[in-house]
Design a protein around this ligand. Structure first.
Ligand SMILES: Nc1ncnc2c1ncn2[C@@H]1O[C@H](COP(=O)(O)OP(=O)(O)OP(=O)(O)O)[C@@H](O)[C@H]1O
Ligand code: SF4
Ligand SMILES: [Mg+2]
Length: 335
């Protein structure tokens, strides 16, 4: 594998929980991201999957340097992003872009598509001379499959999928190297999801982009991801290649998430085991001792409450379970 473009080491982001209006007191911390490590290779897509509230967007915000980390490090092309200043910080703001879930709220309804897609050139004026911007924006619209003649239209005149294309065009304007995709297709219909995913795949090949692709559903990221990280309550519980995560998962949480993903073969569909997780996700303010998944895990034993299982290689790839093992997805037919 080539040298990583993005490297995340022991990343922690805690938000203080405060009470009082005039005299604020901190009574605890939301442990939104709690010791996350991974690397992203050039041209690679790392899928990040987990239920609502597990810390995916917080991770995205820290990677964008929109939130400061509580501890740990993030390096982009070998340099710590939190120590960048001046020109170097401007360069980071060009090289790493984000595409957000909801095109309705992430686009200003009073700006035309041309203004929205061209806005990054206002901040990074050196990238495109003023006289050239309109042409560039039209080129970008064409690149993402929109009609360049619609440059003067407003976001409400487009469908959800088209609005997401506008968001992607805007993210591409400064020719970034990395795009953090925070659930970019979650609000779209399944058929439109596939079109937007295909577009992201084409753009990746064409511009050698690296993606961190966040989703709450394992089936969404499969198509695009070279590797997948599964998150639970602020931590990665399993990480591996497409084949390791989808065909040979060893963590009970991954197995449960995967059991809800439709199987392509209708013959197998009726025979697969669906694991229903009971109970709610515990609060990230006061996570369970030991393994955080233990309150919902059907395999939990005393050890799970006492010792936190580290994310280490078990049966071929990293998994944070004391009792990591493969589990057949298809219930064998009795002969
Ligand atoms: N600015 C903030 N202040 C306090 N707590 C926060 C803040 N941002 C996020 N949190 C909390 O951190 C935890 C992780 O939130 P986050 O938005 O990162 O989850 P997520 O995985 O993106 O969820 P979703 O799938 O719903 O988008 C949640 O408990 C959330 O309430
Ligand atoms: S460590 Fe224990 S509780 Fe955690 S996932 Fe493994 S078996 Fe379940
Ligand atoms: Mg989120």
């Amino acid at each position: 594998m080539s040298e990583p473009i993005l490297e995340v080491t022991d990343l922690v982001k805690h938000f203080p929980v405060q009470v009082g209006v005039l005299f604020k007191r901190t009574v605890g911390h939301v442990r939104a991201v709690d010791g996350v490590s991974f690397s992203l290779a050039r041209g690679e897509t790392l899928g990040v999957v987990g239920e609502s509230g597990c810390g995916k967007s917080t991770l995205a915000q820290v990677l964008m340097r929109l939130e400061r980390a509580t501890s740990g490090s993030v390096t982009f092309e070998g340099r710590d992003i939190f120590s960048l200043r001046g020109q170097e910080l401007r360069r980071l703001r060009r090289d790493v872009q984000i595409v957000l879930q909801d095109p309705y709220t992430s686009l200003n309804p009073r700006m035309t598509v041309g203004d929205l897609v061209g806005e990054p050139y206002e901040i990074h004026a050196d990238v495109a001379p003023r006289g050239e911007r309109r042409r560039r924006v039209q080129e970008l619209l064409e690149l993402v499959g929109l009609n360049p003649e619609h440059i003067n239209r407003y976001p409400h005149q487009f469908s959800g999928g088209q609005r997401q294309r506008i968001g992607i065009a805007r993210a591409l304007a400064l020719r970034p190297k990395v795009i953090i995709c925070d659930e970019p297709v979650s609000a779209l219909d399944v058929s439109v999801q596939a079109q937007v995913m295909n577009l992201l795949g084409e753009l990746q090949t064409r511009f050698d982009l690296s993606y961190v692709f966040i989703a709450h559903d394992l089936s969404v990221v499969r198509h695009l991801s070279t590797r997948v990280a599964v998150m639970y309550l602020g931590k990665i519980v399993e990480i591996g290649t497409d084949d390791q995560i989808y065909e040979h998962p060893t963590h009970p949480y991954t197995q449960a998430l995967l059991s809800a993903v439709p199987l392509p073969d209708p013959e197998q569909r009726g025979r697969r085991e669906v694991i229903r997780l009971t109970g709610d996700v515990p609060s990230p303010v006061d996570p369970p001792s030991g393994c955080r998944f233990r309150t919902r895990c059907w395999k939990a034993q005393d050890l799970c409450a006492q010792e936190e299982p580290p994310l280490v290689d078990r049966l071929g790839h990293p998994s944070a379970c004391h009792f990591a093992e493969e589990r057949p997805r298809i219930v064998p037919t009795s002969a």
